[in-house]
Design a protein around this ligand. Structure first.
Ligand SMILES: C=CC1=C(C)c2cc3[nH]c(cc4nc(cc5[nH]c(cc1n2)c(C)c5CCC(=O)O)C(CCC(=O)O)=C4C)c(C)c3C=C
Ligand SMILES: [Fe+2]
Ligand SMILES: [Fe+2]
Length: 332
């Protein structure tokens, strides 16, 4: 049907998929990292300290000291195409777009920094996406990751006159497709090592321990991923929690203590991987692959290997395609 000339344009309807990850600075320098950390660490889902107490600490101490140190770390892992987190997330989106075909519009947004969730949702709606699946790329649910993405999506929808219909991908920590992808990838990676590890460490991003008492399922989700994966591999996994931030007690054992303990116990050959990260990033490439190796060798360890995340590997993309197609059922 032809629209009258005075009618605003209406795009042909289609389905959209928005892959969302945490976000990352747009350059490995102090100013860009400060901008990123200011947004990230102002999120009340991430730092659950009353504003009156937290704001002076954030602006008076953290944003004056941390950006330079973190920028130096970002510089160590920066790729020609940009920050690893953004590079791998974009590659996942292109691979998924090829697998799903052009009838579905696959895009990327970041919870902090660019491309922002609100601008991507608006652009997708303007291009005709009247049904959108938002997929936070966090296997394990936490208030600080999955929930804050959904909060931000809600704020974006609140500003739209004509909203798209919306679905969100649930946490997939125990999904058979996720466990199979991790197991397949890990088997290949372990087979390629030039040593047989005495221990394999599954390092998850930490959270304040208090969040577990308050009912956040993150800790349980991490434990379950590791248990199912260990069963699938037929090998024991040592669980640890990395990237401690702030003074509160965090989930234990910490990755640093675990690496040192293993070396002290005579486990001289260790492989470590990060099943809570869908894409490699600062926390895996610098903290686990670089710093972790130094800590292990200083404690007397001899062979240390960091095994990269699923990223856009075949097993990782098989999993993502399975999960996304399942969530799109009835829409295709
Ligand atoms: C995978 C899940 C993640 C959880 C859970 C999480 C919780 C969490 N993180 C911080 C503080 C920081 N995290 C930082 C980086 C970072 N965190 C995640 C993921 C989770 N965080 C990722 C993927 C990244 C890497 C981003 C990148 O650009 O590569 C940082 C910034 C880096 C630095 O300055 O060290 C901070 C700070 C808190 C406080 C928290 C739980 C409440
Ligand atoms: Fe983090
Ligand atoms: Fe638990």
């Amino acid at each position: 049907m032809m629209l009258p000339a005075s009618h605003p344009p209406v795009a042909a309807p289609k389905v959209g998929v928005l892959l969302v990850n945490l976000g990352t600075p747009d350059a490995p320098n102090t100013a860009a990292v400060r901008r990123y950390l200011a947004e990230f660490l102002s999120d009340r889902r991430v730092v659950e300290i009353p504003s009156l107490i937290w704001k002076p600490i954030l602006h008076g101490i953290i944003l004056r000291t941390r950006p330079a140190k973190s920028a130096a770390n970002y510089a160590k892992v920066w790729m020609d195409e940009g920050s690893p987190l953004a590079v791998y997330t974009n590659r996942q989106a292109s691979a998924l777009q090829s697998r799903l075909g052009s009838a579905i519009d696959v895009r990327v947004a970041m919870r902090y920094g660019q491309p922002a969730i609100a601008s991507q949702l608006s652009a997708m709606k303007a291009d005709g996406c009247n049904r959108i699946l938002v997929a936070p790329l966090y296997p394990q649910y936490s208030g600080a990751t999955t929930a804050t993405v959904v909060d931000e999506v809600g704020r974006a929808l609140a500003a739209m006159r004509w909203q798209p219909a919306l679905r969100t991908l649930p946490a997939y920590h125990d999904d058979p497709a996720h466990i199979a992808a991790l197991a397949t990838r890990l088997k290949t990676q372990l087979a390629e090592l030039d040593f047989e590890p005495d221990a394999i460490v599954a390092s998850f991003h930490g959270m304040p321990e208090r969040t577990l008492q308050l009912g956040d399922p993150y800790h349980c989700h991490c434990q379950k991923t590791a248990r199912l994966l260990s069963e699938a591999l037929g090998k024991p996994l040592t669980i640890a929690f990395q990237s401690r931030f702030g003074r509160a007690k965090w989930l234990e054992p910490s990755t640093e203590d675990t690496i040192k303990r293993l070396a002290n116990e005579g486990k001289k050959r260790v492989a470590i991987f990060a099943p809570g990260f869908s894409a490699d990033c600062l926390e895996t490439l610098e903290e686990l692959a670089m710093l972790g190796m130094e800590q292990f060798e200083e404690a007397g360890g001899e062979h240390y290997a960091y095994l990269p995340c699923l990223n856009d590997s075949e097993p990782g993309m098989d999993m993502l395609e399975t999960l996304i197609r399942r969530e799109l059922s009835g829409w295709l």
